[in-house]
Design a protein around this ligand. Structure first.
Ligand SMILES: *Cc1c(COP(=O)(O)O)cnc(C)c1O
Length: 442
């Protein structure tokens, strides 16, 4: 077992997470339930932070990409760990502020930030805004001028690197909706534009090549391309970027088709990336830029699991066997969105051999409401506790109240003890914003 072993099977044959028995958790908090191992989250934040300290003299900052899992507690953990965050909406920034997160360590992303989001960001002292359109640059400059401030910004570039990952989670192909392409001069043009804006202070460049990436080479090539670009801009415009944000995208284990990385492997990814930045800086005679990375999935993904209770079981003889759970696409839409694969097990019979292949169905009125297809399991019975692993990222943050189901509660496990970080919803919550016009009242 290595230091990241969040899960184990205990003497009772139950799945444990962070030292807590999942069967007890299901009893105490009910299901469906998101469960997060705090130690895992902290270890992941630390491995990136210490690698920047060791390999790059601390000349950089880890930004937790909070769209992976956004709630007040996770910002509080990031604050304690001394890292920054990236936010992609006014709502995420608001949540961070409410958790006492320092605004100057927050970076705002988005391909179509709303005026009210930019206003909210400026009025609350956001550290940096990553510009992704001409319109945004113009609006932001005006808003900053009105407030008499100069706003630090980065420009989102698109280095045109194709990482081997699902098309929807690739973000740096030439046809992506994100960023300005380096290859066709668009990134240079927006640089001139931003430099001409009196109330914007261009600090440097950002790129993010996609998500769930395991190839070191993809990160290295992206870093090299942006460094080459920085050199060419210095030559042409006399502007030398002092910040390089290389994005996130480090992969995690979902099923045995994925490698299971150790902490040291994540350190190695970052080391390789830092090596490429240093080499390129030396080659071009540039100062080493302040380095930002934005891991999201890799910080919280494997830290989280979801617990469900098995309900109806439907065996379509010789065709398919469905095991239905009390959750579904409203708490985890990733199979519906991307056909994402998950590892599933019976948390209360975790030691038992798998004897059949079943499809895990959600409870929504939607045939596509599936969590996993043809996955091995012991013969499940109604009432068993089912665990879906690696649900820490892009599950709670993508959840909805579809079919007016409750978004499940989340608990944080620390040293075997669990506490709510997101409380359960009630029927009252579901109708909180509903209004019946007077004329429809009986
Ligand atoms: C989604 C996103 C990230 C995080 O990606 P992960 O794959 O979760 O690490 C980082 N930066 C930007 C700009 C993103 O959009």
């Amino acid at each position: 077992m290595n230091e990241r072993e969040t899960l184990k099977i205990n003497r009772l044959g139950h799945l444990e997470i962070g030292g807590a028995d999942t069967v007890d958790l299901a009893k105490e908090f009910g299901t469906p339930l998101y469960v997060f191992d705090e130690a895992h989250i902290r270890n992941m934040m630390r491995v990136y932070k210490t690698t920047i300290e060791k390999e790059y003299d601390g000349n950089g900052l880890v930004l937790y990409a909070s769209k992976a899992f956004s709630c007040e507690a996770v910002y509080a953990i990031a604050r304690e760990e001394g890292i920054g965050v990236d936010v992609v909406s006014g709502g995420e920034f608001y949540t961070a502020l409410k958790a006492g997160f320092p605004a100057d360590k927050a970076y705002m992303h988005g391909n179509n930030k709303l005026v009210r989001e930019l206003e909210f960001a400026l009025d609350n002292g956001i550290g940096n805004i990553v510009i992704d359109s001409y319109r945004e640059a113009d609006i932001l400059n005006d808003l900053a001028k009105k407030r008499g401030i100069k706003q630090n910004v980065l420009i989102r570039t698109n280095p045109g690197v194709e990482a081997h990952t699902h098309a929807f989670v690739q973000t740096a192909r030439t046809d992506s909706k994100f960023g300005f392409s380096i290859g066709d001069g668009a990134a240079e043009d927006i640089t001139r534009h931003v430099l001409s804006k009196e109330n914007l202070v261009l600090k440097g460049y950002h790129c993010h090549i996609g998500s769930q990436i395991f190839e070191k080479q993809s990160f290295i090539i992206a870093a090299e391309k942006v460094m080459d670009f920085i050199a060419s801009i210095k030559q042409k415009l006399g502007f030398e970027a002092c910040v390089l944000n290389i994005g996130g995208g480090f992969g995690v284990w979902y099923t045995d088709e994925d490698p299971k990385l150790k902490l040291s492997d994540y350190a190695d990814y970052l080391k390789a990336l830092i090596g490429a930045v240093k080499t390129k800086a030396a080659e071009h005679g540039l100062n080493k830029p302040y380095l930002l990375i934005e891991p999201g999935r890799s910080i919280v993904g494997e830290a989280g699991i979801t617990l469900y209770t098995v309900g109806a079981i439907k065996d379509i003889k010789g065709i398919k066997k469905y095991v239905a759970i009390d959750g579904g696409m409203f708490d985890n839409p990733r199979y519906a969105l991307y056909q994402s694969k998950y590892t599933v097990l019976l948390a209360d019979r975790a030691g038992e051999e798998c004897t059949e292949k079943v499809t895990i169905a959600g409870k929504c009125c939607e045939s596509g409401d599936i969590i996993a297809v043809d996955v091995p399991l012991p013969e499940a019975e109604s009432g068993n506790i089912l665990a879906v692993l690696t649900t820490g990222a892009y599950n709670y943050s993508m959840a909805s109240n579809y079919n007016r189901n409750f978004i499940p509660a989340a608990v944080l496990v620390n040293d075997g003890k669990a506490e709510y970080i997101v409380k359960p919803q009630t029927y009252e919550d579901l109708i909180r914003n509903d209004v019946i016009p007077e004329r429809l009242k009986k």
